[in-house]
Design a protein around this ligand. Sequence first.
Ligand code: AMP
Ligand code: MG
Length: 324
Amino acid sequence: MSKKHGKHHRGQKRDDGVTESADLHGSGRPSTARWAGGVAETAPDVLGGPPPIPVRAAPGIVTVAPGTRFDLAAVDTGADGGLDKAWAKDALAKERERIIALQERLYAERARSLLLVFQAIDTGGKDGTIRSVLKGVNPQGCTVTSFKVPSSDERDHDFLWRYHARTPGRGMIGVFNRSHYEDVLVVRVKGLVPEAVWQSRYGQINDFERLLTESGTTLIKFFLHISKAEQKKRLEARIADPEKHWKFDPADLVERKSWDAYQQAFADALTRCSTPDAPWLVVPADHKWFRNYVIARTVADTLEAMDPRFPEAPKGIAELTVPD
Ligand code: AMP
Ligand code: MG
């Protein structure tokens, strides 16, 4: 892995005359901080980040082992890790504090990015998870994109075009509420393109994700796994509560009839697109409190492993005085 550090072009002369100093942190990591002529530069001029950071899945989450057929039905959607609900709520608040502090560093460092991908069957809890896990994070450092049925402009491009345009830039956390996986999920189940087209997409997705990870983006892909009975409960709750009516989509009842086809499509996507640098994480998601806690912990632990750092302070800054 350490060989990939070379991609950072350390010690390279930039066209603005600044020579990048190598390894300011003395950690073997490429530097992200420079100081030139009174202007702090933080972004490397060449994308191509440090080696991909291994995702740190919290206990209770099932990581799909790359290269093996994944048995989705064997994962218990109702698992709670033996945790206590009240404890997990407190623990979630602590994980959020960690995310908030680490996000500030990621933003200040302005060298790498984090992309959280959420996929689930309808009512699987994507919106609730995003609301709960990212509560309190500085909105300036975060972009959330909810992908809907593609527009005609989007359909006029390759299927990855609209997703690539929304990937997080340096320093940012990006969140995909649905993602490029829709193009091997709903598209496959509803037969929106010929099989030969969706079949070739798994490899294209892996190539796309490799491009992102090799460019300094860490991907965490969460599949929120609920049971068919839990979906029924959630749909009934949406029908029963007037305040939830806006969330009820009659089309969800039609999609529910294709439950098995969706499970098969999810299992295939998890099997074919779980890679060492961008593995799929399956989250037992019948219990919202368990889901929220393990996802927040995974985000916090992975950010911690990324170890984002504030840029090196300009030399002599502590001695500066501000004129009257
Ligand atoms: P919702 O997330 O409930 O607001 O619904 C968004 C809808 O857009 C869902 O029915 C998705 O299946 C659909 N959708 C998202 N991406 C695609 C895509 N690439 N092709 C077709 N339908 C999509
Ligand atoms: Mg919906």
